[in-house]
Design a binder for this molecule. Structure first.
Ligand SMILES: [Zn+2]
Length: 495
């Protein structure tokens, strides 16, 4: 079935193209979670919808458009971070470069009304901090610049006094000219004042592909009555440079944006979706595979983490529809909130959902759609993995699967969380060996291209690799579930 009737890409199509970007707090996440649960049920699995937290307000992203009116009339390539506001319909306005000093602000405050404002710095995907805390950081920078101006006037006076001295005298007194102090800078230096002056929004230069994250700083305290005031646009850096130059020349043109970022009243709970295939002989022992169901909504989570979720679902279907009856319980875990800090998998581990000492292995898959071609495990697991993966050794002519014994000493258990949803399992001593994945056919996939950018769509996935991942996952999970003993943890971590 895995080789001839594989549904991995069908599930990815539904996740990406029917539901879309699956941010926790969004309708798309809840819709996807409900659908995944319904599929697990359809295949005869038990489903745990595990509530693992809430966000104070919800966010739903609609489409977004922008163009230049006048000039070269270009279509704008941009994005906005999640939990930032959209426009009030189609909004057209002139373009200004942000003021950096109080004097500059005072000179242009009337003109700021109805303007799109280019701010400095490079986007890292996060919005400008629009809260009072952000205002106070910017106010301190403005204050500091007033001081710097004063200090620079003193330096200039001092330097002038040296100019009246002879070289000899200066050398004798060891006097040299002082350098002026550069101004400090915070992007959108006059944010609050510009909002009060009536700007339409701010625009920052972004590397391409465009990364768009979420308002991490402020989401925890955001309320429906206190949402960000203006759009925060991250624009393709080449277009930004063109527009900046035109604005500097005071050319006559406008920009027009239509951005449909919508909120919903919170709190909005989010859930892990866990498909449970109960063990017939050792129901309290577990083999687990997981990937995260949530995804940034600037794209559709085609790879991050469609690479994990779609084949894990298909592995569940393959085992169920082939009539599999595992001796140990197999859990197919679709995690919530990985992108917001491994929230769902952390909750699963720390809330004692299952006894951690009874987990044979946790298989994680995330952010790369490559094909499993083996696994590297400690000596104590080697025989078991060779046996359970035997059907994969030559199942697919292009993707032979080999088990390797780990060379050298085990590393220590990790002490801080990073990377992906295996982290809290590993920190708590659970083995988290995952497949060795490869790109034997040369698809030239670049994870930096898709990682939290507007490119992470369905068509960045690699169908034949994704499909074979489902087959490998099904075979290995089922094999480990059916061993007559729990996998040995000997040599997993340095004791
Ligand atoms: Zn991920």
């Amino acid at each position: 079935m895995g080789m001839n009737d594989n549904h991995s890409m069908d599930y990815l199509d539904i996740l990406c193209n029917r539901f879309g970007g699956r941010l926790i707090g969004s309708d798309a996440y809840d819709n996807a979670a409900e659908w995944c649960a319904s599929k697990f049920e359809e295949w005869g699995l038990e489903v745990w919808m595990q509530e693992c937290g809430e966000v104070p307000v919800g966010f739903n992203r609609g489409p977004w458009f922008g163009r230049m009116v006048g000039g070269n009339g270009m279509t704008l390539h941009f994005a906005t971070p999640s939990y930032t506001v959209g426009t009030k319909g189609v909004q057209r306005g002139h373009v200004l470069i942000e003021p950096r000093t109080q004097a500059e602000f005072d000179r242009m405050k009337k003109e700021l009304n109805g303007a799109w404002v280019l701010i400095g710095g490079k986007s890292n995907g996060y919005p400008i901090d629009w809260t009072e805390k952000g205002d106070s950081i910017r106010a301190a920078a403005i204050e500091r610049n007033i001081q710097i101006d004063q200090e620079n006037r003193e330096i200039a006076a001092y330097n002038r006094s040296l100019q009246n001295m002879s070289e000899k005298e200066k050398a004798k007194k060891k006097l040299v000219e002082k350098e002026t102090i550069p101004h400090v800078y915070e992007p959108a230096m006059f944010y609050k004042e510009m909002v009060e002056a009536g700007i339409l929004g701010i625009i920052q230069s972004s590397p391409v592909p465009i990364t768009a994250l979420y308002d991490r700083k402020n989401l925890g305290k955001m309320t429906f009555d206190n949402l960000p005031p203006i759009p925060d646009i991250k624009l393709d850096e080449e277009q930004y440079a063109v527009i900046e130059k035109m604005a500097k020349r005071r050319e006559y043109f406008q920009l027009e944006f239509d951005i449909r970022n919508h909120f919903k009243m919170g709190p909005v709970k989010y859930h892990n979706v866990i498909g449970v295939m109960k063990g017939t002989e050792y129901p309290d022992e577990y083999v687990i595979a997981g990937g995260h169901l949530d995804a940034y909504d600037v794209a559709t989570g085609g790879v991050d983490c469609g690479s994990g979720v779609a084949p894990i679902m298909e592995a569940a279907r393959l085992i169920a529809e082939a009539g599999g009856k595992p001796k140990r319980t197999i859990l197919f875990c679709l995690w919530a909130g990985e992108e917001f800090g491994l929230l769902g998998s952390r909750y699963f581990v720390e809330s004692g959902t299952v006894p951690l000492e009874n987990i044979a292995n946790y298989f994680n898959r995330d952010y790369t759609p490559f094909v499993p071609m083996g696994i590297t495990v400690p000596d104590a697991m080697y025989e078991d993995f060779v046996n359970v993966s035997a059907p994969l050794a030559d199942a697919h002519p292009d993707f032979p699967f080999t088990v390797e014994m780990r060379k050298g000493e085990p590393g220590p258990r990790p002490t801080n969380a990073g990377g992906s949803d295996h982290a809290y399992f590993a920190m708590n001593g659970v083995p988290t060996f995952s497949f060795n994945i490869r790109d034997p056919k040369g698809y030239n996939f670049d994870y930096r291209e898709i990682w939290h950018t507007d490119r992470d769509t369905y068509n960045k996935s690699i169908p034949e690799y994704q499909e074979h991942t489902a087959t490998c996952t099904a075979v290995v999970l089922y094999g480990i579930a059916n061993l007559d003993h729990l996998l040995s943890r000997e040599g997993t971590y340095k004791e």
